[in-house]
Design a protein around this ligand. Sequence first.
Ligand code: NAP
Length: 433
Amino acid sequence: MSESVRIALLGSGVVGGAVARRLTEAKDEFAARIGRPLEIVGVAVRDTTKDRSDTGLDASLFTTDAEKLVTEADIVVELMGGIDPAKALLQKAIESGASVVTANKALLGQDGAELYELAEKHGVDLYYEAAVAGAIPLIRPMRVSLAGDSVHRVMGIVNGTTNFILDKMDRTGAQLSDVLAEAQALGYAEADPTADVEGHDAQAKAAILASLAFHTRVRTSDVHVEGIMGVTADDIRAARRIGCVIKLLAIAELVEKDGTQAVNVRVHPTLINRNHPLGSVREAFNAVFVETQLAGELMFYGRGAGGDPTASAVLGDLVQAARHRVTGGRGPGESAYANLPIEPIAASQTAYFIRLDVEDKPGVLGNIAKTIGEHGVSIESMRQGARRSQDGVATLHIITHRANEADLATVVDELKSSDDVREVFSVLRVEGE
Ligand code: NAP
């Protein structure tokens, strides 16, 4: 090994640029913390003609030849995103003996196991703190600090864009489309917001968290996902009336039925009590609530995105991998020994909130309660909302006890076809105390 630890950066965009800047600005601190200097041997980009002087790096370091670059470093930091060519480049880097650091949730959610196996085979580190919840130290606590405990449940707000939108709807009463437009104007949402609002970004992060929590391989495609586009201002108002907020939650829990354990993992809009720690997470912040056997309840909170915050997590990984190059040792590899089955969404159990308009006439409430009870679902509360006597309609807000997803779906179908029901507006899951 040369005197310095050689670093190759793949990408110099929002995160890669912030990483490069900090590496040049705090060069001496990194050398002191690691025991040897870090040397950036190259930065792979698509366009070498862009002005990147704000990184403090010499223009000659930027290259389009990422394939060659990954074979010339001790540590490769991948911040280009996407599957192709990031996956092949990381594979090549590992095969060349480099440790790798990545922030790429899409790649890890889809092909993490393959990369883990390759890293294991070649005896190198694979770190990815920035892939879930940006700046928040979460992956290392899950992989290292909680290695002697047992996690039961992880519930997280892991997408800042959707939290910004839902929080703004809650505070202003505005409709989703208006808030989304504002979020785009402010740079909180992409021009194409699909990955955020449809829940796909949170889906990949849920897969990563579930894998770590339950020592089981969970891929993005194993995670049930529902986005926020169906959430209306009326839903938010109704949630507020019962002391709740609506959040897009990534939920991974250990379930046990008939003595057999399984992993239940899903992403969906959820009603949660305002007093729950996740209920008070505002704007574009992220937070992850972890329940374990010994530690009890833990809450991780902070910025889930942005150049500098994300660079903080990437650089923590880089320092750790560099220390291993200097003093020897390796970080933890994949832990998938439990190999639990993934529970199908139809089998999952949660409480539900149903908002519907019914005929405003005697006997209707009894009929509704009977329809719900006939399918093994019990009602925790049923409140009458606004009564519009002019058109003979009353709005009902029903909260069920924990019920089976499939039973609930049957109840909703029956309610929709009932003569007593004018319209079922929304069915939302309820979590937390
Ligand atoms: P970005 O701003 O779009 O930057 C991507 C960089 O990669 C650019 O420098 C681009 O080159 C380069 N690049 C892309 N494709 C390439 C290719 N085929 N060959 C060579 N270079 C290529 O992306 P970002 O926001 O920094 O995100 C990077 C990663 O961090 C992603 O995996 C993302 O999910 C993750 N992440 C981002 C955030 C965040 O707040 N942005 C937070 C957490 C995690 P050019 O500059 O020449 O276009």
